[in-house]
Ligand binder design. Structure first.
Ligand code: NAD
Length: 485
């Protein structure tokens, strides 16, 4: 294999790499060339069992350690990830096709941020004391037990770390199943966590499709499920987890609005729209793919956007000059092409892009549609590719109603020079992660997650602690018990 830090087997369980070739083969395809670069084997029932029993066996002793000790291991892993950032970024590029100009700065590094942040918090997780006259109540913040993480393919290192860090900080064990499309990066996260001192069994990675995810979700020994994926998968996983009242975090899809008022800085608004649609070739859940532009600046906006898109550098993702990579898979490329055809068939105006580039790899041009109307398919469904839809609007009141007219509620953004209006509009957006004069920032210190059908729960920030721990309250009576009979 051509990349430097290759995992040595399909699964990582109980502190070591484990193989079971009885599992179906899952080819790993490099999206820039279409070549097969590795193969992993889907977890068999024996592998699933080993992962669950190893995690359960390790969790109690981990929870009994002090938070400071747990945190020290996570922070050491964060340092190791930063030291190995270059090789991990190359692996992320092979796994996903995202260019090194992105992976060097946002993937392993944001994973390290999460491990550092939650490692730092681990020592200060406490309950509280509630005085009730002479009696009192104290609360204990306890781990949930065994958490299952299930990942999407767009940010495999980041997703693995965003789930591992708060889960482990709170004293849980985890079994993580990466997306079958990008199985490699999470294995390196597991390897580094254990090299940093994580006791065996606390973070296990097993491979497979939804057929491996499903039995993890229903297993009675699992206490929590955290999924990053699409809304249709979220519906299935949420329902399956509900059968045994498991805790859930659902980080799902979106069709987020980005509203640009005519007083906005044109250059910043165009930059924001580019970040909101074309980073990672558009494969970002929080993307602002419905760009509402106030009529006064619409033509200027489209002209400048078109100019700036001419400077895109599409090509070899391993070349750091490249800033636009391929779709993650042939399947995803075909899905996106289908939406582009639908946009044209339903009467949207294709401003630029729309075509596949070359025959090697899964490259699509950055694509912009204008005069999109609210009922078109490209206005309503998540495309998850480099396709921006531009809508016209007249008034603030109108755009708020139209922006909220969706089943999704992950993100929303507004560009305006009038900050009062910026806050007023964002306050009315039905979305969990919002931006004023910016787009797609996701620092670990800020809660991240969706409202409406885009999700339940929050990742990152202190809010994530509530989703990986539970409170036990203990009433302590100091005097005699006064019973009625
Ligand atoms: P997907 O829903 O197809 O798959 C997500 C994961 O769920 C995969 O690991 C898959 O194997 C697993 N899975 C599928 N069926 C399952 C089942 N029945 N039981 C258990 N697990 C099952 O999503 P995808 O195509 O991998 O990723 C793209 C989607 O993820 C987009 O909708 C995107 O918006 C979303 N996403 C959301 C966030 C977020 O934080 N909100 C982040 C990244 C991606």
């Amino acid at each position: 294999m051509p990349y430097p830090t290759q995992p040595t087997a399909s699964h990582f369980i109980n502190g070591k790499y484990v193989e079971d070739t009885a599992g179906a083969e899952i080819p790993v395809i490099y999206p820039a060339t279409g070549e097969q670069i590795a193969v992993v084997h889907e977890a068999t029932p024996a592998i699933i069992e080993l992962a669950i029993t190893s995690a359960r066996a390790a969790q109690k002793a981990w929870a009994a350690m002090s938070g400071t000790e747990r945190g020290r291991i996570l922070r050491r892993a964060a340092d190791m990830i930063r030291e190995r950032n270059h090789d991990l970024s190359v692996l992320e590029t092979y796994d996903t096709g995202k260019p090194m100009s992105e992976t060097l700065y946002v993937d392993a590094t944001s994973g390290a941020d999460a491990l550092e942040y939650f490692g730092g918090l681990a020592g200060s997780l406490t309950g509280e004391h509630i005085q009730l006259g002479e009696d009192w109540v104290y609360t204990r913040r306890e781990p949930l037990g065994l958490c299952v993480g299930i990942g999407a393919w767009n940010y495999p290192t980041q997703i693995a770390c965003w789930k591992a860090a708060p889960a482990l900080a709170c004293g849980n064990a985890m079994v993580f199943k990466p997306s079958e499309t990008t199985p490699l990066c999470a294995l390196k996260v597991a390897e580094i966590l254990h090299e940093a001192g994580l006791p065996a069994g606390l973070y296990n990675v097993i491979q497979g499709t939804g057929a491996v995810g499903a039995p993890l979700v229903t297993d009675p020994r699992v206490d929590k499920v955290s999924l990053t994926g699409s809304v249709p998968t979220g519906r299935k996983v949420y329902a399956a987890a509900a059968a045994s009242i498991k805790h859930v975090t659902m980080e799902l899809g979106g069709k987020s609005p980005l509203i640009i008022f005519d007083d906005a800085s044109l250059e910043d608004a165009v930059g924001g729209a580019i970040l909101a649609n074309f980073y990672s070739s558009g494969q970002v859940c929080s993307n602002g793919t419905r760009v509402f532009v106030q009529k006064g600046i619409k033509e200027a906006f489209l002209k400048r956007l078109h100019e700036r898109l001419q400077t895109v550098v599409m090509g070899d993702p391993l070349d750091e000059a490249t800033n636009f990579g391929p779709m993650v898979s042939e399947r995803q490329m075909n899905i996106v092409q289908g939406y582009i055809e639908k946009g044209q068939a339903e009467g949207a105006r294709l401003v630029c892009g729309g075509k596949r580039v070359g025959t090697e790899g899964f490259y699509l041009e950055p694509t912009v549609f204008a005069e999109v109307t609210d009922t078109m398919t490209i206005a309503r469904e998540e495309i998850f590719g480099p396709v921006m839809s531009v809508f016209d609007f007249d008034t603030e009141e109108e755009v708020i109603t139209r922006a909220n007219d969706t089943e999704f509620g992950l993100s929303a953004g507004v560009f305006t020079a009038d900050l009062t209006r910026g806050h007023r509009v964002i306050a009315q957006m039905e979305a969990g992660s919002c931006f004023i004069n910016s787009y797609n920032d996701a620092p670990v210190e800020a809660p991240f997650g969706g409202s409406k059908q885009s999700g339940v729960g929050r990742e990152n920030s202190k809010a994530a602690i509530n989703h990986y721990s539970q409170l036990k309250s203990v009433y302590v009576r100091m005097g005699a018990v006064d019973a009625p009979f």
